[in-house]
Ligand binder design. Structure first.
Ligand SMILES: Nc1ncnc2c1ncn2[C@@H]1O[C@H](COP(=O)(O)OP(=O)(O)OP(=O)(O)O)[C@@H](O)[C@H]1O
Ligand SMILES: Cc1ncc(COP(=O)(O)O)c(N)n1
Length: 304
C-alpha cells in the first residue's frame, strides 16, 4: 500500500446504514475502527429498524442531506480511509460516487510497499484508501439493496481499492450462480477483479464444502495488469461454531480499511484481521444481546 498517513491515529469514515442493536452497519464499523486504532467517523445512508432477528423497516434520508453530511466531513477533515457499506438505492450510489469523484480519489496500489513488488504492481494512490463492502442481503436474509440498484453498484466498483463480497454478493457481481467451494470463489473473483481492476477479498464464511466445517477460507484476488502476473492468496482461520455472526462482514471491511490507513498491505492486514475475528467470535458468547444472530465482541483482545 502506497499510503501511510502522517497521522499517528488515522481518520476513517464509514458510509453505511444503521443497526440500533449495535452489531452491524455503522455501529459495527465504529467499534472495528476503534479496535484497530483508528479515529472513527460516520455518514448515515439509511436508518434501518433491525435487530439480531431481522430487518423491519428502512428509512432513507433525502440524498441532498446525504451529500450535506459527506461534504461536512470532507470540507473539514483529512480522510485516510473510507469504508462503504449499505448504499440501498441507485440514487444513494450515484450521490456517493459523485462525492468520491469530487475528492479526486486515485486508486491505491495493492503491492507491499509501492516498489512494484513481484506479483502486484503499485498504482500511485491519492486521497483516502477506499474499501467497499457490497452489502446486498443481511444475515437474516433481508434485502439491503434494492434490485434496481445492482447495476449502479457494479458501475461503482472501479472506484474502490478493495471490495469484500460474500458468496452470494460475489455471484451477483460476477453474473453467476453462487460458488460452492474456494476454487469457484476464486474464478468468480478473478473475473470481477480483472473487469473492474479492483482487489477482491472473497469471503468464505457462507461456504459449506468439505473443509468448511473446520476452516473459513478468505481469498485475496489481485487484478491482472499489463506485464504483471495474476495472483491469489488464501487465508485460513478456524471456523467458530456460533450463531453470533451478525456484522462479521461489516467489521472485517472496517478493520481492513483501518489497517490500510496505518500502512499495511491487504496481505499483511488480512491475517491480523482474521486472528482478531476469531477472538471476537469466540468472545461473543460473553455478550447477551438479542435472540437471533448476535453481535461479535469487537474488544475481545482489549478486555481480556
Ligand atoms: N463462523 C466463523 N468462524 C470464523 N470466521 C468467520 C465465521 N463466519 C465469518 N467469518 C469471517 O468473517 C468474515 C465475514 O465472512 P462472511 O463470508 O460471513 O461475510 P458476510 O456474509 O459479509 O458477513 P455477515 O455475516 O456480516 O453478512 C470473513 O473474514 C470470514 O472469514
Ligand atoms: C445497516 C446494515 N449494514 C449491513 C448489514 C449486514 O450485516 P449482516 O449481514 O451481518 O446482517 C446489516 N445487517 N445492516
Amino acid at each position: 500500500m502506497s499510503t501511510t498517513s502522517p497521522r499517528s491515529i488515522p481518520n476513517i469514515l464509514s458510509i453505511a446504514g444503521t443497526d440500533p442493536t449495535g452489531g452491524a452497519g455503522i455501529q459495527a464499523d465504529l467499534k472495528s475502527f476503534a479496535a484497530h486504532r483508528g479515529y472513527g467517523m460516520c455518514v448515515v445512508t439509511a436508518l434501518v429498524a433491525q435487530n439480531t432477528r431481522g430487518v423491519r423497516e428502512i428509512h432513507l434520508p433525502p440524498v441532498s442531506f446525504l451529500r450535506a453530511q459527506l461534504d461536512a466531513v470532507s470540507d473539514d477533515v483529512a480522510l485516510d480511509a473510507i469504508k462503504i457499506g449499505m448504499l440501498g438505492t441507485e440514487e444513494i450510489i450515484t450521490t456517493v460516487a459523485e462525492w468520491v469523484d469530487s475528492l479526486g480519489h486515485g486508486r491505491h496500489g495493492d503491492g507491499e510497499d509501492g516498489d512494484g513488488g513481484d506479483a502486484q504492481d503499485d498504482v500511485d494512490g491519492s486521497g483516502p484508501v477506499l474499501v467497499l463492502d457490497p452489502v446486498m442481503i443481511a444475515t437474516s436474509g433481508d434485502r439491503l439493496l434494492d434490485a434496481a440498484a445492482e447495476s449502479a453498484l457494479i458501475a461503482f466498483l472501479h472506484r474502490a481499492d478493495l471490495i469484500t463480497p460474500n458468496v452470494p454478493e460475489l455471484a451477483l457481481l460476477a453474473g453467476a450462480e453462487p460458488a460452492s467451494d474456494p476454487t469457484g470463489l476464486i474464478s468468480q473473483s478473478r473475473a470481477v477483479a480483472d473487469e473492474h481492476q479492483v482487489v477482491v477479498l472473497a469471503k468464505g464464511g457462507h461456504l459449506d464444502d468439505a473443509t468448511a466445517q473446520e476452516h473459513v477460507v478468505d481469498t485475496l484476488v489481485y487484478p491482472q495488469r499489463a506485464g504483471v502476473r495474476p495472483a491469489e492468496e488464501q487465508f485460513l482461520s478456524p471456523r467458530i461454531h456460533t450463531q453470533n455472526t451478525h456484522g462479521t462482514g461489516c467489521s472485517v471491511s472496517a478493520a481492513l480499511a483501518t489497517l490500510a490507513a496505518r500502512g499495511h498491505s491487504w496481505s499483511t492486514a488480512l491475517p491480523v484481521v482474521k486472528d482478531w475475528m476469531t477472538s471476537a467470535l469466540q468472545d461473543s458468547e460473553r455478550l447477551d444481546v438479542g435472540q437471533g444472530h448476535g453481535p461479535i465482541q469487537h474488544f475481545a483482545q482489549l478486555w481480556d
